[in-house]
Design a protein around this ligand. Sequence first.
Ligand code: AHR
Length: 652
Amino acid sequence: MTNTYPMSGTMTRRNGFAKLLCMLAAATLTSTLVAQAPLPTAHLSIDPSAIVAPVSATLYGMMTEEINHSYDGGLYAEMIQNRTFRGSWEGVEHWGLVRNGDSAATMSIDRNDGPSKALSTSLLLQVTSASSGNDAGVSNPGYWGLAMKPNTSYRGSFYARTDDADGTLTVRIVNDRSGGVIVSTQVPLHAGPWSEYEYSLKAGPIRPSVENHIELTLDHPGTLRLQLVSLMPPTFNNRLNGNRPDLMERMAGMHGHFLRLPGGNYLEGDRLEDWYNWKETIGPLVDRPGHQAPWTYWSTDGLGLLEFLEWCEDLKIEPVLAVYAGYALNGQHVAAGKDLEPFVQSAVDEVEYLTGNTSTKWGARRAQDGHPAPFPLHYIEIGNEDFFDRSGSYGARFTQFAKALRKQYPQYKLIATDPIKADAATAIPDMIDDHYYKPPNEMMDFVHHYDNAPRTGSKIFVGEWATRSGTPTPNFGDALGDAAWMTAMERNSDLILISSYAPLLVNVSPGAMQWPTDLIGFNAETTYVSPSYYAQSLFAAHLGDGTAKSSITGTGDRFFYSATVGAADHVLHLKLVNATSRDQPLAIDLAGVKGEHTAMIESLHAATYQATNSISEPDAIHPTQSKVRVMGGNWQHTVPALSIEVVDLRLQ
Ligand code: AHR
């Protein structure tokens, strides 16, 4: 088997998509299945009793943002697309007019009438002719379909205003192909000011389907304004405004320890006015205006700051809170000094919202929003990728934030997104956030980057990393690159305290993706995980807390390993990555290990670098388990070509 990766070039930020597509087009990845002789035996020596460096208990975490419909149309369980009619200003995106029989109606946007200051517009439905069986109204296709499951209850709500005499609104789910009604209900309307209405739909023993849409219709002439039209399926932990259980379970399976939130570019926005203003993402949904997110579409902020924190709580992980630091993706920045003060205050308030007790202003607000208990916090990140700010303003901006945050909250570690220069001498960051997006060969060539890095300054957060060549999710070659990189992070985990792959989620429906290599794929109905997901989840589940003294001779430059030990359970965790197309025999010398032991091996293997999982073939690559006997301290073990192995060997 021969495989080559002719691609090179580091991708960052939003040039990633175009650049990756060019690279994919230019790439001539080849794989020829020819059995090849094994490589010569290499020698790996490990002394599990000699720990040379600590491994951070929180090395692995997660990073997501509103990209690829990760939240709206993804994790956030809302089923209605453009529920606040803000998808665009030109028309009523994703909404259609329903006219059954000889009914007649129009729909438009009323820009001057809505239920709240935040949602001050509405969809105006004017039905001029309708009767029973000839109703008229509006429809919505959901986010690439509405997934309907048998014997399942759905909670719905909307805001409406009508001046007509009392009547009823019909809400129904209709199959796109057959036109058959899957489930429906009637909602009595009353004339008068804006009111919130609730409804529920209970699907019977139907066949699961996704090609459905929702209709809201009147069977009488009338005028109706609608806003915040919602339909929620069951959610993880039954949260009222919660998340899709299937995606939450996928994330739980990663064994991560934190969530870096709220982004990425999503924290910053394209223009200064598009910054992630967290105060507009909390409280009742009707008071959340939403905002233009940088990845081309509108964010409803239904998944707002509190929902981010509850998501952490549900997964029993901690937030790594990124606060907006006054830089926009178009290159503009807010000058340090007076202009920056409101943003610094916003960050101080935000930390209080997370951690303050209920006697503080923002702690009380959190309680009012439904969560009296404070959330745990250790790290605050100031900005995102401020190395893009060519004006050199970050040092002064970071310093201003750091001084205010350290004064109020000395207990938290501060993360900078670029090494701070001269004017920031008084505000040394506790940690620097480094980002790496690389094709497989480059990632594998990069594994020694931190081996000789200074251990005296700031610690490292690898806040975004990914090996990228597959799309929409990584292929097996990417998983090998990721596994190689993870061995490097574990070996250097005295310096690298936390890390998070990015981006995590992609809706694989046509047109939903902006970033072409993402860890977990999904559509309205189902999810799947990539080989890279499995590699990460295996590494994270077998971490250990100290790196054992070790050395290797006789391998080429495409074999990687990490040897860590758990002090409490006396387990040696050995990660072995063979990224070549030939088997790699190993003579493993385990110093001080005597008698018979059982090694538990979890393996990931594929026949080619390009092999992958997909929404239609979700399980092509998955871990397999095996056990082998290890006699004494000499273990002859062959790591198959194109394989990632995670071995646990109990030492006592
Ligand atoms: O992960 C995708 C993007 O890559 C992030 O938003 C940004 O921080 C980085 O450039």
